[in-house]
Design a protein around this ligand. Structure first.
Ligand code: AMP
Length: 506
């Protein structure tokens, strides 16, 4: 165990004291402000104790300076930060508070009503984020053990309730260091945060890397396409990171603008040095359209709450559309075949990950933790091949690898092809249970304006482009695809949407 006086991320801040750390709705704050304010907020949380000793500090705060102060205060007081999801309804928030065993609850005043009943039920005091910000208390802050828990982030499985993924200060630092090295972050960078802060993408890749590097993080309380384009035009941003649906929304917004304005916004993209996509598969069509609009070839990367980022296309060098690149610094990846020997590049196999960035445990779920590792390697559940030296994801083992008539097919591959169909705007492919085939390939599609499509016609079209067994045999037209707050399509919901039709023998 290594004892530090504070978390590695916070320990670095003094060297950037006079630089801007956060530029948010409340104003502009330097690293020195963050150090001062988080120390007095930590003193409030300690409330006379020497250390929180790993107590969970849950907070419901929109992306803001107050959010960062709450996170740093939790860490500096010796607690584990549990950022709550703003989009969660009360039962979900209640579940996370209960499961994490949070002892301290912090809430932004405007959101107080959402946590008040939960706090009351557990006789917990609700601390206002504003009160923390204006605190002037002082206390001796405890030393922080790098192997102590730092972050508890809840992640949804397809079948079970969300699990708390516990990462230590050491693993948070390793996740950040890897990205800072690979994407060459520096204190000259300025990034726009548009992602929620209850997920690794926003917490680690954007905010964590920015603060580690002495860079400036400009924050929007929530994503808004118009506002993002305005910031692109008006701010000295150098970096942007988002999920594919955000890029799609930005594309749509741009396409709806008059020509001179479009041109001006496209020109504004010149000043960025890097734009990144991840957390879900980036459709090649989105990548291409974004390149036409912004001049940037998006860097696609792959990661997971449990491991941080694992694979990335290169900052310099060829970025291959539809691929997620090679292992990031410090990350070991292996793929084994059924006999336990290394799989050949072209055979699909699960990605297994090892390294200092891997999480410690699923919170209070020792069986789930044990089942998630084999010989010290984390089993991601994501299946990939290596294609010309670069990894290509085929999807989640459980939902995206469809077993039909003895063949294993990748939902992601079929989706990529379906998006080329002129009538299809968006789509999601799932496996539907079937007595004869094991599973049938089902496609839920959102049609382009004024278009129609029939299953027979779609099958004929697919068979000219894909192996016959990959052509969907079930088609469902929907107005929009069900997605989670991060914009990821929730495939279990899609399977359920098919279900009434399947039962009716359609
Ligand atoms: P989360 O823990 O919420 O970040 O979800 C992680 C999962 O998102 C991974 O296990 C993958 O299935 C998926 N994912 C992340 N990045 C990508 C990507 N670039 N392409 C396809 N799927 C991705």
């Amino acid at each position: 165990m290594t004892e530090l006086t504070t978390a590695p991320l916070i320990e670095r801040a003094a060297r950037f004291a006079n630089r801007v750390a956060i530029d948010a709705g409340e104003g502009r704050f330097r690293y020195a402000d963050l150090l001062r304010d988080s120390a007095s907020a930590a003193a409030v949380l300690l409330d006379g104790r020497a250390s929180l000793g790993g107590a969970r500090v849950a907070f419901l705060i929109r992306p803001s300076y107050a959010w960062v102060v709450a996170q740093w205060a939790a860490w500096r007081a010796g607690g584990v930060a549990v950022p709550l999801c703003l989009a969660h309804p009360e039962p979900e928030l209640d579940y996370v508070v209960e499961d994490s065993g949070a002892e301290i609850l912090i809430v932004e005043p405007e959101l107080r009503d959402r946590l008040a009943p939960i706090a009351a039920r557990r006789s917990l005091q609700l601390t206002s984020s504003n009160a923390l910000l204006s605190a002037t208390a002082a206390a001796e802050l405890p030393a922080v053990d790098t192997e102590a828990g730092a972050l508890l982030i809840y992640t949804s499985g397809t079948t079970s309730r969300p699990k708390g993924v516990l990462t230590t200060h050491a693993s948070v630092a390793a996740q950040i260091r890897s990205l800072v090295a690979a994407w060459e972050w520096s204190s000259e960078d300025r990034i726009l945060l548009v992602l929620p802060l209850h997920h690794v993408h926003g917490v680690i890749n954007v905010l964590g890397c920015s603060l580690w590097s002495g860079a400036a993080c400009e924050m929007l309380p929530a994503f808004d396409a118009k506002e993002v384009w305005r910031r692109f035009a008006d701010s000295d941003l150098t970096l942007f990171m988002a999920v594919p649906t955000i890029y799609s929304k930005l594309i749509r917004e741009w396409e709806g603008l008059p020509e001179p304005h479009r041109h001006e916004l496209s020109k504004a993209c010149d000043r960025f040095r890097l734009m990144v996509s991840g957390s879900a598969a980036l459709p090649v069509s989105t990548l291409e359209r974004w390149r036409e609009i912004s001049g940037h070839l998006l860097l696609e990367r792959y990661g997971m709450t449990e491991i941080g980022m694992a694979l990335s296309n290169p900052l310099h060098g060829e970025r291959r559309p539809g691929h997620v690149g090679t292992p990031l610094p410090g990350v070991e990846i292996r793929r084994l075949d059924e006999r336990g020997t290394p799989a050949t590049d072209d055979s699909p196999a699960e990605l297994q990950v090892r390294g200092p960035s891997v999480f410690r445990e699923y919170w209070q779920k020792p069986e789930a933790t044990a089942a998630a590792f084999r010989d010290g390697w984390f089993l991601t559940g994501d299946v990939a091949v290596v294609d010309g030296g670069s990894y290509r994801l085929l999807g989640r083992n459980s939902v995206d690898i469809i077993k039909t008539g003895g063949f294993k097919v990748s939902a992601l591959e079929i989706e990529e092809k379906l998006r080329e169909h002129p009538a299809i705007e968006e789509c999601a492919v799932v496996g539907l249970p079937d007595d004869e085939w094991g599973e049938r390939v089902g496609a839920a599609v959102v049609l382009a304006g004024g278009c129609e499509i029939e299953i027979d016609e779609l099958r004929t079209w697919c068979k000219e482009r894909l192996a016959t067994y990959k052509a969907p045999s079930r088609l469902l037209t929907v107005d929009e695809l069900p997605r989670n707050v991060l914009g990821k399509v929730t495939k279990s919901d899609i399977v359920r949407l098919f279900a009434p039709r399947e039962r009716a023998g359609d």
